[in-house]
Design a protein around this ligand. Structure first.
Ligand SMILES: [Zn+2]
Length: 332
C-alpha cells in the first residue's frame, strides 16, 4: 500500500526560475510567446558571436546528436548508470521513433511518497539545445551521485524523469512541427476553447505525454525551448485572448495533471553553434539541478492517513488565497 501526496505552492518556483541578464524588456517577443505574460523576457546575449561571424556554418546540425545517436546515448546511459536509473518508452513519433525516457532515482520504477519531476526537451523540432543539455544533465547526476549533496538529494528524494526529445521527427526535418507539421505545443486540450478536446485526434507525441501524466503523478516539470531567454509559467491562455498560447502543454499539465510546468527558453539562438553547448550547459546546470531540488527544499509536503486506523486516504486539499485545489490519492 502506498500513498503519494505533495503540495507545492506555485510561488516557490519564482525563486528558482532562470536568473541572469541585466535588463528586462517587456516588449521583446519570444518564439513561443507573442507577448510576455507572467514570465520574464530578458534581452538576448550572444555566445561566441564573433567566432560565428568569422566561421559561418553550412550545416546547422553539425556537432549535434542525430536521433539515432540520441537513442544510443540514452541506452548507454541506462547501462552505465543502471544502479540509479531505468530507461523506458512512452510511445512513438509519427515516423516510429521511440520517445525514450530516463528515470533517475535510488528506486527507479518504484512508487514512493516522493515528488516526481520531469524535463521535456525538443518539443519543437528546430529547438535542439534542450535535448543535448538533458543528456548532459543525466550524465552529470550519474557521475556525481555519492559525491555531491545536491545530486544525492535529487536521487534519494525525487523521481526525475527526462524525455530528451518529444519531437524527434521535427528534429530530423529541422522544423518546428512534427512529421505532420503540427505544432505539438498547440495540440493539447485547452481550458478555454474546445477545439482540441477530441483526444483521438491528437498527434501521437501529444497522446504519449497525456497518457504519461495519467501513469505518473508529476508534481512539477519544465519543457526546454530555444529562440529567446524566457521563463514562463501558467497561465499561457486567457478567456479574452489577450495572451497568445492555446493548446499548450504547460497549462494542460497544471489543469489536468496537477503538475506545475515551466516553459523555459534557454538560448537566444534556436540552433547555436554546437561548440557553444558546453558553455550553455554550464550556464544552466545549477538552475536545472536547483529546480529539481526545489521540490524537496521548498513547498509543503505530507502524507494523509485516517485518524483511526492509519490508512492512507484520497481527497482534496484547498489552499487559501491561491484558489487551487490539490488532488491526492493512493494506490493499494
Ligand atoms: Zn519552442
Amino acid at each position: 500500500m502506498n500513498i503519494k501526496f505533495c503540495i507545492i505552492f506555485s510561488l516557490f518556483l519564482r525563486n528558482v526560475i532562470a536568473r541572469g541578464g541585466d535588463r528586462i524588456n517587456p516588449l521583446s517577443s519570444a518564439s513561443d510567446l507573442g507577448f510576455p505574460n507572467h514570465g520574464y523576457v530578458v534581452l538576448a546575449r550572444h555566445l561566441f558571436e564573433d567566432n560565428q561571424a568569422r566561421h559561418p556554418r553550412t550545416d546547422i546540425t553539425r556537432g549535434y546528436m542525430t536521433n539515432s545517436e540520441l537513442e544510443k546515448a540514452v541506452k548507454e546511459f541506462g547501462r552505465r548508470c543502471s544502479h540509479i536509473s531505468r530507461v523506458y518508452s512512452i510511445g512513438k513519433s509519427v515516423q516510429g521513433f521511440p520517445l525514450l525516457v530516463i528515470e533517475i532515482s535510488d528506486k527507479p520504477g518504484k512508487e514512493e511518497p516522493e515528488p516526481a519531476f520531469k524535463f521535456v526537451g525538443n518539443v519543437h523540432g528546430d529547438e535542439p539545445v534542450g535535448r543535448e543539455l538533458l543528456i548532459l544533465l543525466a550524465n552529470w547526476i550519474c557521475d556525481n551521485y555519492m559525491r555531491d549533496p545536491l545530486v544525492n538529494l535529487i536521487v534519494d528524494k525525487v523521481h526525475l524523469h527526462i524525455l530528451p526529445s518529444m519531437n524527434p521527427d521535427g528534429f530530423s526535418l529541422k522544423r518546428r512541427g512534427n512529421a505532420n507539421d503540427i505544432d505539438l505545443n498547440r495540440d493539447f486540450p485547452d481550458q478555454f476553447f474546445p477545439w482540441n478536446n477530441d483526444e483521438d485526434a491528437r498527434q501521437p507525441e501529444t497522446k504519449a505525454i497525456m497518457s504519461w501524466l495519467r501513469e505518473i503523478h508529476f508534481t512539477a516539470s519544465a519543457s526546454l525551448h530555444g529562440g529567446a531567454l524566457v521563463a514562463n509559467y501558467p497561465w499561457d491562455g486567457s478567456l479574452d485572448k489577450r495572451y497568445p498560447v492555446y493548446g499548450g502543454m504547460q497549462d494542460w499539465n497544471y489543469i489536468y495533471g496537477g503538475c506545475f510546468e515551466l516553459t523555459l527558453e534557454i538560448t537566444d539562438n534556436k540552433w547555436p553553434n554546437a561548440m557553444e553547448l558546453p558553455t550553455i550547459w554550464e550556464y544552466n546546470k545549477m538552475s536545472m539541478l536547483n529546480l529539481i531540488a526545489s521540490l524537496v527544499k521548498t513547498g509543503v509536503h505530507g502524507r494523509v492517513f485516517s485518524s483511526d486506523r492509519g490508512r492512507p486516504l484520497s481527497g482534496l486539499i484547498t489552499i487559501k488565497e491561491i484558489n487551487y485545489t490539490v488532488l491526492f490519492s493512493h494506490k493499494s
